[in-house]
Design a protein around this ligand. Structure first.
Ligand SMILES: Cc1cc2nc3c(=O)[nH]c(=O)nc-3n(C[C@H](O)[C@H](O)[C@H](O)COP(=O)(O)O)c2cc1C
Length: 394
């Protein structure tokens, strides 16, 4: 991809990873991009350094703007290897003595990622540097989403280089919010649900802090996906709303099944929930990726999980999703469990314990049906769904 001048003297020199479909367990059905930005001022600065296998492509992109050897310094906003893997190659090419500016934790983490000692320079939170025509300010954003994460803000032009925050896994030539339109919000939502939800309280604090500082943010350049140049407030407001976790009148019924009995239950429960006027979707785990399930759960009030009993336990895929969701620390949720069983029927209790461990309020004692549900059992499921729907409405 050719470099694009996104603002005067600021070039997107990043790369597209069109074919990636699994990004550390997240389904990237539209690929992704590793964005990197070159600022050409009296001093020349590269912000972030793409994934290792794309380092030469990054250097080739930079060469279309300036000789990479003219770069004076590199800023590493985040140590994760999709943004730093290319750093050793870039530094080798441009000169290993050149400074790599990063947070304090960035210095520690980068040296734990790469055996070679580069010229790391830890910047202070709020530290300002001048490139000649513009000033850059560094903002520590610890645990958003790694201990090393920081933002770099071009104070003069109102451009926030926000690392992974406000990103989306999306590869495309529509590089800006005004070009792609609202279609990008689904990708931003999925990204938030799967990468940032657990840091929601920190996000709310950060937005408050940034508002108090009165930063005039005119453009947001994340390290993945499109650039918010027309309406940066749109993604900031979406982050605030998602972080507040005030779920909709919505339930998601997530289940797996061996012989379809738990599916019959799931669909009848969804019927009952819908009868109560609550938006609902049954999701079969093996027909859907866990990161898509998490996206559906982001704004759902009720998490309804179902599993057959297998070897006195829950089905492994249900355990997978429950573990994943629990790690993302959803708040303000109702929970309910169901499942078909043969003789011992432990699954409902196990699911309830997991839902409780994630802080969900259990609505009902749960519903177990022995073997294949008959008409009476289906009616019980619909009734169970109605009770869930009522609890959501309350
Ligand atoms: C390999 C296997 C192990 C099972 N282990 C248990 C068990 O430990 N306890 C139990 O109550 N039922 C057990 N069952 C019975 C299932 O829970 C029962 O057939 C249930 O109806 C399956 O629901 P499903 O159609 O949604 O998969 C087992 C079934 C299979 C195939």
């Amino acid at each position: 991809m050719k470099p694009v001048e996104i603002a005067k003297g600021v070039y997107h020199v990043g790369v597209h990873d069109w074919n990636i479909r699994d990004f550390h367990g997240y389904s990237t059905e539209k690929g992704t991009s590793y964005n990197a930005f070159l600022i050409v001022d009296e001093k020349i600065v590269l912000i972030d350094a793409v994934k290792k296998e794309f380092a030469d492509q990054l250097l080739a992109n930079i060469s279309q703007v300036v000789d990479p050897k003219k770069i004076d310094m590199v800023i590493s906003n985040h140590t994760e290897m999709d943004h730093s893997g290319g750093l050793p190659r870039v530094m080798h090419y441009i000169g290993e003595d050149k400074p790599v500016l990063c947070s304090k934790m960035g210095k520690k983490n980068l040296s734990q990622h790469f055996s070679q000692d580069l010229n790391y320079r830890a910047v202070e939170n709020g530290e300002e540097i001048s490139l000649g025509g513009r000033s850059l300010v560094f903002l520590e954003t610890r645990m958003l989403h790694w201990p090393d994460s920081m933002f770099t803000f071009d104070k003069t032009n109102g451009i926030l280089f926000s690392s992974d925050a406000f990103g989306q896994h999306y590869a495309g030539y529509e590089m800006f919010d005004d070009v792609i339109g609202n279609a990008i919000m689904a990708h931003a939502k999925k990204y938030f649900a799967n990468i940032l939800l657990l840091y929601a309280p920190k996000i709310l604090k950060l937005v408050e802090q940034v508002t108090q500082m009165g930063l005039d943010i005119r453009m947001i350049c994340p390290d993945h996906g499109i650039i918010w140049r027309t309406d940066p407030a749109k993604i900031i407001n979406a982050y605030v709303a998602w972080s507040q976790q005030e779920p909709l009148n919505k339930a998601v019924v997530v289940y797996d099944t061996m012989w379809k009995s738990t599916r019959i239950m799931a669909e009848a429960i969804a019927d009952g929930i819908a009868e109560a006027g609550v938006a609902v979707k049954p999701i079969h785990i093996r027909s859907s990726h866990r990161s898509e399930i998490m996206t559906e759960l982001l704004d759902a009030r009720a998490f309804v999980f179902g599993s057959p009993t297998l070897n006195n336990n829950i089905f492994p895929t249900v355990a997978d999703v429950l573990t994943y969701v629990k790690g993302l620390k959803p708040k303000n949720r109702l929970g309910a469990a169901f499942g078909s069983y043969g003789w011992s029927g432990e699954s409902v209790k196990i699911i309830q314990a997991e839902l409780e461990a994630m802080g969900a309020q259990i609505i009902d004692k749960g519903l177990r049906i022995q073997y294949v549900p008959d008409a009476d059992a289906v009616a019980q499921c619909v009734d169970f769904g109605r009770r869930i729907g009522q609890a959501v409405n309350e």
